[in-house]
Design a protein around this ligand. Sequence first.
Ligand code: PBG
Length: 325
Amino acid sequence: MPFPATRLRRLRRTPALRGLVRETRLDPADLIYPMFVEAGLSARTPIGSMPGVDRLSISEAVKEAGEAHALGIPAVLLFGIPADKDPEGTGAYDDEGIVQLATRAIKEAHPDLLVIGDVCLCEYTDHGHCGLLTSTGEVDNDSSVELHAKTSVSLARAGADIIAPSDMMDGRVGAIRAALDEEGFSDVPVMAYSAKFASAFYGPFRDAADSTPAFGDRRAYQMDPANGDEAVREAILDVEEGADIVMVKPALPYLDVIWRIKERTGLPVAAYNVSGEYAMVKAAAAAGHLDERATVLEALTSIRRAGADIVITYHAKDAARWIQQ
Ligand code: PBG
């Protein structure tokens, strides 16, 4: 017998052979495009650490959403930067709040595009934490959950197709599910940020959304990056509380967590390729150290291969264009 007997290179010889045996494909239909909408803005403001991503006025958000939709991207995820912040984050659950207004405008212009509302108080509180503070400066779980439920109902009323709580309070998925059902939104799914880690990779987002905590950090509610078993527990709890889609965030440093959660829940799993992951690629590409297109497509494919059904990424529009070429 000639050596070696097994030649895996046989199926790698030509593009057609490689295409035939390719296990994972990227499809724009699996992407979600996050956008920042700012109150009182006349057009767009670039975000320094995230080249290609801008803070948008409502009319620019409608345009941007339309472009994403035309590229075959089925959903946008909205974050709001309100005109005023206060200790209770009232802008989050104001029916005339920035994300509520943007949701109505986008749904009116593009009824088939899914609008997902991120639910968290950190962009709306003057202290930048994801909930209400106690007198000793801790984030109070149960009173915060009530406000997240209220925010969810307000977003659903504005026309949001999916509610995505990103606050990491205990019991919020159950509370949000109950509140949505009670208000007649039993058809609106919850995509839970189930395993959201206390990550350094959110840095550029916090510049973009102006949501850096005024003191301390988020480690008393977001997860310790060292923990995988706990991530699985978080996901299972969210499933028990009624989550329809579970999410892992960030994506690339946590591919093992995506895999474990997919295996254990069997639910649709989303992975959030976050602002810092985006900023690293953009910076390295701008410096000529990386080929942006090849790097992005490899990264997104790897996230899908790890078990994510859905990828939330600031690269979505570029990726959709590259996939279609
Ligand atoms: C709100 C929220 C954050 C992100 C999504 N929702 C920031 C944070 O938790 O500090 C980060 C997204 C990104 O970095 O792209 N809680």
